[in-house]
Design a protein around this ligand. Structure first.
Ligand code: AMP
Length: 364
């Protein structure tokens, strides 16, 4: 991989996508002396207030994309469903990570095949294009299972659990390419989050145990427990091979199920990840800062965990309205609110991280 000169302070980072991940990336970039310009279609783009400038234009507006790119020195993304046509409007030499990572991660079938070739184990799965193919997939793989849209799903959206073949009769095929996969009987879930630099160096954070409800992450915690600790090396090896095979620069996340038979790959995100928010207070360098360091060709920071116990919880929907109450709780909670205008049910509004040295120092 070509080594690069570090991007000088005052240079401009473009961020595709306007959500909380972009906001936290922009905050980290600012600390390192960079400017940020965001780009996302009109909406509640909470990254905008953390950026120096923001384009609220559609993904199809090539002239706006060109104007955006002309103001940037490097362009990254915070959202893996940025259409490839929009990414294609930006000169490839300006993009980090490599856009091939987006192309693979935008399609569940592609990403499973890609990591399987690198030696990962996946749940049994089949491509499904119609009701008949769904019936065939259930016959072959069995039930329970999950039908997922191959593209555009996130936080449990575009997913249907199917308890039995009979239940499948009530599921209407969504009319787009899907994947049917067997339900994994897992002990816990964890993710491997790594940062890779232009020089090929890799830093990996500790893996938290992740809890999901309705397909959405609600909690990440350390220590992650014996099962994760026993399986994390195998999962890290897959993540490292994936990053290398993609010529990846930046933060990359792979999600796994820890099962009795070892780690089972679930999906990858070519970006910073919700299960890494704890790194802001809990690690030597946060995932956001290391992503910025990587794409700006700066040396990566250490990823060591700084506390014996760490817990990150998402603040969802109307929980945000009373979130300031959290600040009066014991244990110095670190509250992050993303500034979203509408507290819709199921919407990630913020998160809180609690850290502890694992020993009591008496009353605060
Ligand atoms: P995904 O969008 O694929 O990451 O799925 C969101 C969440 O749904 C996962 O983190 C799991 O909690 C659950 N899930 C997804 N696929 C499976 C599966 N094959 N077996 C068991 N649980 C699953």
């Amino acid at each position: 991989m070509a080594e690069r000169a570090p991007l000088p302070p005052g240079s401009t980072i473009g961020i595709l996508g306007g959500g909380q991940l972009g906001r936290m990336l922009a905050i980290a970039a600012k600390q390192l002396g960079y400017r940020c310009i965001g780009y996302a279609p009109p909406g509640d783009n909470v990254a905008a207030s953390a950026c120096d400038d923001f384009f609220d234009n559609g993904w199809g507006e090539t002239a706006a994309l060109a104007a955006f790119a002309s103001k940037c020195d490097v362009v990254t993304w915070e959202f893996e469903n940025v259409p490839l046509t929009a990414v294609g409007a930006i000169p490839e030499r300006m993009l980090a990570p490599n856009p091939r990572a987006l192309q693979i991660a935008q399609d569940r079938l592609n990403e499973k095949r890609f990591v399987e070739e690198l030696g990962a184990t996946c749940a049994p799965y089949m491509r499904v294009e119609s009701d008949e193919e769904l019936t065939r997939a259930i016959d072959r793989i069995g039930a329970p299972g999950i039908l997922k849209t191959a593209r555009d799903g996130y936080d449990g959206k575009g997913q249907w659990r199917i308890g039995s073949s009979r239940e499948a009769e009530g599921v209407r095929f969504p009319g787009q390419t899907c994947i049917y996969e067997g339900l994994v009987d897992f002990e816990t879930e964890f993710s491997v989050i790594l940062a890779r630099g232009y020089d090929g160096s890799i830093r990996i954070w500790d893996s938290t145990a992740n809890t999901h409800e309705g397909g959405m992450l609600v909690r990440s915690a350390l220590p992650a427990g014996e099962i994760v600790e026993a399986q994390v090396e195998e999962a890290r090896a897959i993540a490292k091979k994936t990053a290398k095979a993609l010529g990846y620069v930046g933060v990359l996340t792979l999600e796994f199920f820890a099962t009795r038979n070892g780690p089972v790959f679930n999906e990858m995100a070519p970006r910073v990840h919700n299960s890494g928010h704890w790194t802001i207070e809990g690690a030597a360098t946060s995932q956001f800062e290391n992503h910025i360091r990587a794409i700006c060709a700066l040396p990566l920071g250490g990823t060591a965990t700084r506390f014996a116990e760490i817990e990150m919880r998402n603040i969802v929907g109307e929980q945000a309205l009373a979130a300031h109450r959290i600040l009066s709780e014991a244990g110095e909670p670190h509250l992050h609110l993303y500034g979203k205008r509408e507290a819709r049910a199921g919407r990630k509004m913020g998160h809180v991280t609690r850290v502890s040295h694992g020993i009591s120092h008496g009353k605060p």
